[in-house]
Design a protein around this ligand. Structure first.
Ligand SMILES: Nc1ncnc2c1ncn2[C@@H]1O[C@H](COP(=O)(O)OP(=O)(O)OP(=O)(O)O)[C@@H](O)[C@H]1O
Ligand code: SF4
Ligand SMILES: [Mg+2]
Length: 543
């Protein structure tokens, strides 16, 4: 953020910190001060992140110097009271902050060494409106669009997100299968298209496999049917055919032979005529261009350079232009040529819904969001986020809407994903029980600042920050059933006029004069244990 944009604004009515829309001068030794870039096994490194909302009442400083990192394959829990900025942190990382009114003002977000905030300072300029708390933001939409394009390289396979509100994250006018299919085609389109082109529906082993499936269905033997459908899929070299055959035969125990025409129809979708094959090949070219673009975007964000990438981009655009002509040529028959892709993604969707323990996945896939309960919708969101097998999964209150048994299944699923593909997880919740269950480290947030970061056991055994202590005192403990539960007095402050110094001081039982004036630096108080509080005087954390 350029200092030139720094506005002057009148003091707040409360006489506390002036509502400057731009980053305040850092406290001495503040947690996010310049530190060497570490990549190594760190997947995500967030530094000095400041996200503000420019509202009619003034500038909401939702995040003010947030910094933490997530290592490969670890689960970092992010906790804090409602309104402390957990979701805004998640939206800032994925660059999904609604702009306007929001804007990331400053900071660095390194994802595998690529700065997701590359070019941020050129995206907008800021002017204060004299005599008010308001700020005029002049946005440069061309640059903002370019930044959004670059995020294409990261969203999906890189970073995926489970949103807090499934009802508002899903589109009510599209079926569940259409919405998951969109994510599948966007992030795994190349693999899906290649899979379809490589299918062998007329291979010699297919007929015996069909007979095997019918036999298992006649025996009313569920596990044997699963096994037989797997063999069928292997013979036809298309895994989704197995899922489809299973759901065709599952309830046909009395007379599975009547389902034979449906099986044959399923096989036909994998028999591609010349026209459909040509379409899929062109689709592959388009998708490989997209992959090329993603690599260019990643290198731009890694190296902070744009020149060479620009040349390649224009070459890609020329090619894409050619392809667009091909697609317009297909206008009348587009639905027909796309049919195999559509059916393939439908059955892949069914498999994904099975993975998140949905009992009737075919009906759910064909249904619409309003037909599902909150818990089912949440599982649909999870299936969508897992579909791209991301390197970092940001889960914003993933289990809040679920009952306890489903909660356990979902947490188990996330754990399995972590061990199978090494996904790192940023788990946002205010449920300290869930955090204790699945996190490796915990990051405690308060009013847009980080209060404490520690390994999970250490945090529960030795909470240092008065806010963390307050949070832990407010939950029941198995080892001390007679303990009186205490609440933290007061509530999260209005972030238009946040308290000066330590933002927790109005509620802190240990507040000292220095706490009201200066923001406490983050200090190291043990192995991986960091805390931002004047009660401790360990060495200042340098990153
Ligand atoms: N669009 C917006 N306009 C103005 N202020 C906003 C906007 N979105 C978020 N905020 C403010 O940012 C702050 C942090 O909100 P956030 O949604 O991140 O809280 P949270 O920690 O996720 O809470 P919860 O646990 O309830 O989900 C709040 O003070 C909120 O009022
Ligand atoms: S810095 Fe001061 S006000 Fe803030 S938590 Fe520590 S003791 Fe309390
Ligand atoms: Mg939230």
């Amino acid at each position: 953020m350029s200092a030139a944009a720094s506005p002057t604004v009148p003091p707040s009515p409360s006489g506390e910190s002036p509502p400057s829309p731009l980053p305040e001068a850092e406290a001495v030794g503040a947690p996010t001060e310049a530190a060497p870039r570490r990549i190594g096994n760190v997947v995500l490194d967030v530094r000095d992140l400041r996200t503000y909302f420019f509202t009619y009442d003034g500038v909401v400083k939702a995040l003010d110097g947030v910094g933490f990192s997530v290592r490969r394959g670890e689960t970092l829990g992010l906790v804090g009271e409602t309104g402390c900025g957990k979701s805004v942190t998640a939206f800032s990382i994925t660059r999904l902050i609604a702009d306007p009114p929001g804007r990331i003002m400053d900071g660095t977000i390194l994802f595998k060494g690529a700065n997701l905030l590359y070019g941020l300072d050129r995206e907008a300029s800021f002017k204060t409106i004299k005599g008010t708390n308001r700020v005029k933001v002049v946005r440069r939409f061309r640059r903002i669009r370019a930044a959004q394009d670059r995020m294409m390289a990261v969203r999906g396979g890189g970073i995926s997100m489970i949103f807090q509100e499934p009802t508002s994250a899903l589109n009510p006018i599209f079926s569940i299968s259409d919405q998951i299919s969109e994510a599948l085609l966007l992030h795994r389109g190349e693999a899906i298209t290649q899979g379809l082109l490589k299918a062998t529906p007329t291979a010699r082993g297919v007929e015996p496999a069909i007979q095997g499936m019918l036999k298992a269905a006649r025996l009313n033997d569920g596990p044997a049917l699963r096994e037989a459908t797997k063999k069928f899929a292997e013979a036809a070299n298309l895994p989704s055919l197995g899922t489809q055959a299973y759901y065709i035969l599952r309830n046909a125990y009395a007379d599975p032979d009547v389902k034979l025409p449906e099986i044959r129809k399923a096989l036909k979708r994998a028999q591609l005529g010349g026209f459909r094959r040509a379409f899929l090949r062109s689709e592959l070219t388009r998708l490989s261009l997209q992959t090329e673009l993603k690599q260019i975007y990643m290198s731009e964000m890694r190296n902070g350079r744009i020149e060479r990438a620009k040349r390649s981009l224009s070459a890609s655009r020329r090619l894409r232009h050619k392809l667009t002509h091909f697609y317009y040529g297909l206008w009348g028959v587009r639905g027909s040529v796309r049919k195999p892709l559509k059916e393939e993604t439908l059955w892949q969707t069914v498999r994904l819904l099975e993975e998140v323990s949905i009992a009737n996945p075919v009906q759910v896939a064909r249904g619409y969001p309003h037909e599902l309960s909150g818990g089912m919708l949440q599982r649909v969101m999870i299936a969508m986020a897992l579909s791209s097998e991301p390197e970092l999964l940001i889960a914003d209150e993933p289990t809040t809407a679920l009952d306890v048994t489903i909660q356990a299944q979902i947490l188990e699923l996330m754990r399995e994903l972590k061990s199978r593909i090494g996904t790192a997880i940023l788990l946002i919740t205010h449920d300290l029980g869930v955090i204790a269950e699945v996190s490796d480290r915990v990051c405690v947030m308060y009013a847009g600042n980080i209060a404490e970061i520690a390994p999970v056991k250490e945090l529960y055994r030795r909470p240092l920050h008065p806010y963390t202590q307050g949070l832990l005192n407010s939950i029941p403990r198995m080892d001390d059933p007679d303990k009186k539960l205490e609440s933290i007095p007061g509530s999260v402050p209005n972030l238009i006029f946040p308290p000066a110094g330590c933002r927790f001081h109005p509620r802190c039982p240990h507040a000292m004069p220095v706490c009201r004036e200066h923001r406490p630096p983050m200090t190291v108080e043990g192995d991986g244990h960091l805390v931002a509080c004047y009660l401790y005087n360990g060495p200042v954390y340098k990153g």
